[in-house]
Write a protein that binds this ligand. Sequence first.
Ligand code: DX5
Ligand code: ZN
Length: 224
Amino acid sequence: MSRRAQISPSLLSADFARLADDLAKIDKAADWAHVDIMDNHFVPNLTLGLPVVEAMLKVTDLPIDCHLMIEDPDRWAPAYAEAGAKSVTFHIEAAAAPIRLARDLRAAGARAGMALKPATPVEPYFDLFGEIDMLLVMTVEPGFGGQSFLDVVLPKLRRCAEAIRGRELDVWLQVDGGVSAETIERCAEAGADVFVAGSAVYGKDDPAAAIEGLRAQASKVLSA
Ligand code: DX5
Ligand code: ZN
């Protein structure tokens, strides 16, 4: 089971006019490039879509980790996998047929991710864990970067980690929102192993050094 700490910097905090440059700043240090797709319906913000992801895929060797904060992921998500995104995460609150969708994503060659907003209970979805490669537990309300970490989500994160371990599944546990040097150790202690960080990476003068620092903090906890 993977307990290696992986860092997936969020391009939401990058300069959208210089995405290629900002991808290059992290390409040696990051494990993934996290791309937040928002449709102004599922969340009150609008970012980018498939054409921009396709353009990013052409200029980076980093695997792309798409986080779809959109309505009707059943219809839109598989195209991101077909385009070459190595991980595609949909929100369970928006999916009509999550099992079929997860299977479609895997069939298209991506890792299938399922995301939960902070107030969405995980218990109804335990039996779906065998269908997914990653569970994303949001630690802020999705929609914007730079928000404060919600400690109230930590007990759910712990229950997710226990449920994954109990089923002996190789499902990665991702946290997204307010992850920083101040909060990453709490996330790792609760069982997360993939860490999204936007402002804590791109808000720093040296994004690559920020990534190395975050990974070192998380690795220390995971190997303890
Ligand atoms: C928020 C996005 C996050 C966001 C995180 O809805 O899903 O990926 O970029 O930004 P920080 O790390 O600044 O909270
Ligand atoms: Zn995200």
